[in-house]
Structures are given as C-alpha cells and as structure tokens.
Ligand binder design. Sequence first.
Ligand code: GLV
Length: 344
Amino acid sequence: MAEARPRVWVSQPLFDDIVDRLQQYFEVVAATEVTAYTPEAIAAQLRDVDGAVVTLNERIGTAEIAGAPRLRAIANVGVGYSNLDIAALGDAGILATNTPDVLTGTTADLGFALLMAAARRITESERWLREGQWGQWSFSTMLGADVHGSTLGILGMGRIGQGIARRGHHGFGMRVLYHNRSRLPQPVERELGAQWVSFEDLLAQADHLVTVLPYSADTHHIIDAAALARMKSTATLVNIARGGIVDELALADALANGRLAAAGLDVYEGEPAVRPELLALRNVVLTPHIGSASLATRRAMVTLAVDNLIAALGHGPQAGRPSSPVNADAVAAAAMKKTAGCKR
Ligand code: GLV
C-alpha cells in the first residue's frame, strides 16, 4: 500500500501560486478565507498534520499542540514570532521557522514613513483639510518637528533597526543613537553613523525614537510612563515592533497632555482592537500592522515560509536545512533527550 502523504495546514489565504508548491510533497489543507481561530480551532487543525504555515494571528503553545502527535514543523510567515511559544514547541520537538531578511527594507521604509508622518503631522493635516477647516493659509498651521539633522534613537538594532539607521544617517543627515543588548561591530557602526548609548541616554536625547526590538516578557512595556517621562516633550515615538513593547495608556496620556509631541504606531497590544484613548488623539498616526505589506515583500515572505516548511519536513533542495529556523537547538536537545530515554 502506498504510504500516506504528509499533511500540512495553511492557516490563512496567502498567495495560491506560491502555496500550491506544497502540493508537490504534501496533502494541503489551506484556509480559503481570512479566519479568526479560537485556540480550540487551532488545536483541531493541528491534530493530524505534520506541518503548518501560520501567521501572527495564530497563537500556538502547549494547549494547541497537546493533541498533535504528528506535528514536526511550523513555518511562521513573519519575522517576529511572539505568537509561538518557542519553548513549548522546542520541548515537543517541533521546529519553528520565521521569515527574516526578506522584509527588512520594506519594514524599515514603513518605520520611516510613520516617523515622518508623525513628526510633520501629515495625517493630522490631511484630516483637518478634509474636515474643511482650512480657511486661509497661515504661517503657524501644523508646525511640526524637523526630521533632517535631528537625533534619531533606535531601540533594538537588528536588521530592521539598522535599515532605519541607514535611512536616517545617509538620507536625512540624522545623528543616530541606538540601544541594544549587544553593540554592533565598529565598521557597521561607522557605516550607519550610529553610536551605542544607554537606554536612559537614548530616551533623553532622541528627537525621534523608533522601537524595533523583539517582544518578550523582558521587553513588555519597556516604554512605560517612566520611560516616556524621560523623553523630550517635543519628541516623536514610533513603534513598529509589537504592541506590548509600549504601555499604550501611558503613551495616550503623554500625547494628550503635551508630554510627547507625536507618535506613529503600526502594532497594538490588543490588535486588531485599538484603544479608544489612542483613536481619540490627533497626534498619533495609526496603521493596521502593515510593516511588511508591499506586494513583493509579502510574496517573498510566503515563498520563504513555504520553502522552510518543505525543507523542515525533509523535502526539496534544502531537505532538513530550512534557512531560518528559530528553535533548532531546543529541537535537537529534545531529540537527544528522547534518544537517551529510549536507551535507558
Ligand atoms: C510582522 O510583524 C512580522 O513580524 O513579520
């Protein structure tokens, strides 16, 4: 009897022509509509599949994988993977992958767009104009903050942070300060015109602060009321990382009370819900998590996720070597433990 083909689940409609490549190796169950899953629905989908392609909408942890004995790989379409409980997946021997690099430039572009829109009050101006409030040109209408020649602060200096630094330094002549757990090698700092400073100095000196660090328990609300209080009242804050990095109520309070000039947010703590306190403000530019949303980049992300899943499940030209695993060490350790257990 022919061996059953492995099964994979694709959680959201992506690009059919790319996802169809999975059919060469697997039986594919793919969502045809954008779907909001309950944890139980995710568990049900994972129950008898060998692999899955998922997006940041799908939160997967111990409960979701408990009844999924065949599951061996999860390819996340996104560079951030705070939707996945990496420790739980690793312990269960499930390899997770993400999609770095292919979205770096696009996401850095969006970060810069938010910075400029917030600092120069672009969306606020447009709204005011559309409301018919533009009676006469006036010298003091919508005065904002300069971007060129100002001090750009970057919190988290991975690939996207470096992309923002590059834009700021080379394109806008900005002085670039950054804070990150590890310092960049000196030649990279030189190319980016970037200087490492303490978190406190970053907050105090930035005219525009962009947060681009991974979300974890350690970075939860790293920008809280105390951090905001250290920033200049003329400053702009941009968050393109994950909502939980910023205490949104503290931010709304600072923006409403003139303790921060403006903000640009692409990510939210309870997304897709956005706090009414933020929606009520004019000096915050709000976009619906579109950091990587150019057609070319979203196609590249899906291509990488599909390639990762094919490789992680032992097929294709990179069989066994997906290009961007995020928990390979934990999976290897779980396999060793299992082998040691069998020998006893
Ligand atoms: C999007 O937020 C991503 O992490 O790719």
